[in-house]
Design a protein around this ligand. Sequence first.
Ligand SMILES: Cc1ncc(COP(=O)(O)O)c(C=O)c1O
Length: 278
Amino acid sequence: MKTWVDGALVDAARAKVAADDHGFTVGDGVFETVKVVGGRPFALTRHLDRLHASARALDLAAPSAEALRLAVAELLAANAAELGDAPARLRVTVTGGPSPLGSARGTAPPTVVLATAPIAPWPGEVDVAVVPWRRNEHGALVGVKSTSYAENVRALAYAAQRGAAEAVFANTAGELCEGTGSNVFVGLGGRLVTPPLAGGCLPGVTRALLLEWTDAREVDEPLADVLDNASEAFLASTTRDVLPVRAVDGRALPAAPGPLTRAAAAVFARRSAAGDDP
Ligand SMILES: Cc1ncc(COP(=O)(O)O)c(C=O)c1O
């Protein structure tokens, strides 16, 4: 497998960034995970738009969409034989580049890395655990897909210790927010709802497509009410699409998948099969 590093394709095992890269030293970077289906990237325009929005928020000079599209095509062509037609993920990472050993960024150009790997299949349904830590909906990184993911690493480990496949955060107001790598949709009172972006969740590409393609609505819901009253729930993300939740903190939901989840999964599968770049 090849990895694309600052314009060059190198063997993945030999791909390197500098030891003083600001992404490595302080998590100063942004990234995207794009699904690759049958060798073609899915929703690439939306992902590149979000990458540029994240880069603007951190004042990072990301390459143009045109340059990134060429890099994506180059990488997928180089790895076509290894990836075959199986679903894969393609990650684009842009960091602050080589910098002094502190929080101030240096003057070097950003580091840009593109890498691919197969997507490991998810089970048909998963359990989730609510973590004791909160998402800060007032923070500087709200809505930014930054490489500072240690909070997510910690939360996912917390969930795994409890036999769950995803961790769910509330925000500082105690409202349902998101997972470590997914947005959350819940059936409440017969309707499909998901937290609004103002509540601090990432503007997920899958979330946005589901809001366009289904009757799901953005509503702030106190986490406690969601946990008590949800008839069903699912996680939405690039690698999961629509993934039913079986239980929250060990308590089984009434249905998994419930009728709203089934309908959302069906429409997502149908509409996403209809075009690579919705
Ligand atoms: C924190 C977080 N929320 C939500 C998502 C889902 O976003 P998308 O549908 O664009 O993959 C992700 C994706 O990895 C994420 O990291």
